[in-house]
Design a protein around this ligand. Structure first.
Ligand code: SF4
Length: 253
């Protein structure tokens, strides 16, 4: 097909996707997180939930399980996670009856080539996140029309205008953020009301949990994400990519 025709097709696809997302946001604007989850699972054919099984992940996992226990759940195991996270993943999956957990890892050959000693993070955290999280997830998302994230507006300045539905640039997928408007109290209340199990590290001072080498406890009064890549100019793992590339969506101030 000639290049100008391909560009026309891509432009039309992008317009259609944007219109669909605008329509979804308009219809669900005043709805609850649960309605957004329900609507997304009903209306987006191939939809995955991407979960880190971190401090607040159980909320979204529970909501998805209420709608459909067979919702595909993509869990990226960077092979740098806390043992507690791996155990918690199994506990939560069993307790909620989730039947379609897919554990995503970088290919052994790539890890062997790029980071044979597990030290890449010491000289380049972005490269390490790309190798262990972003690229494996990109591959795992091929064939999906959309994915559900646990991002919330309050978490970072870079997320302050987050909508329920977004176009993911360059992939033709829709990102769904059912908890976009939730505050920390909403998360706590939902966990209590539904008697959901907590990640064991939360009680040890970790309100936000990623890979073990890049996550430290947070002191009283600190931003909950202050323990992620502490003292580094980095606040996103790069899982939210654009055009197949890691996207630096913000920097610490
Ligand atoms: S969070 Fe740290 S260890 Fe995990 S993938 Fe990123 S740089 Fe590597």
């Amino acid at each position: 097909m000639p290049l100008d025709l391909i560009q026309t097709e891509l432009g039309r696809d992008r317009r259609e996707l944007t219109e669909r997302v605008e329509d979804l946001n308009a219809r669900f604007r005043h709805h609850s997180a649960h309605d957004v989850m329900h609507g997304a699972i009903d209306e987006i054919d191939e939809l995955a939930l991407v979960s880190s099984f971190g401090a607040e992940s159980v909320v979204l996992l529970h909501m998805a399980a209420v709608v459909n226990k067979a919702t595909p759940v993509l869990f990226v195991d960077t092979q740098m996670l806390f043992t507690e996270t791996l155990e918690y993943q199994q506990e939560v999956s069993e307790r909620l009856g989730l039947t379609n957990i897919r554990i995503i890892r970088a290919e052994d050959a790539e890890v062997e080539r790029e980071d044979p000693y597990g030290a890449l993070r010491l000289r380049d955290t972005d490269a390490c996140c790309n190798l262990r999280k972003t690229f494996p997830l990109q591959k795992a998302l091929v064939g999906f029309d959309g994915w559900i994230t646990g991002r919330k507006r309050f978490q970072a300045g870079t997320r302050a205008t987050l909508e329920f539905f977004e176009v993911e640039d360059g992939t033709g997928r829709i990102k769904v953020n059912p908890l976009a408007h939730w505050a920390p109290e909403d998360v706590r209340a939902y966990m209590e009301e539904n008697n959901l199990p907590r990640h064991p590290l939360v009680a040890k001072g970790y309100p936000s949990i990623g890979c073990a080498p890049c996550t430290s406890p947070v002191k009283e009064g600190e931003d909950p994400r202050a323990g992620r890549w502490r003292d580094q100019n980095k606040e996103e793992c790069g899982i939210h990519f654009v055009d197949g590339k890691m996207m630096r969506v913000g920097e610490k101030t």
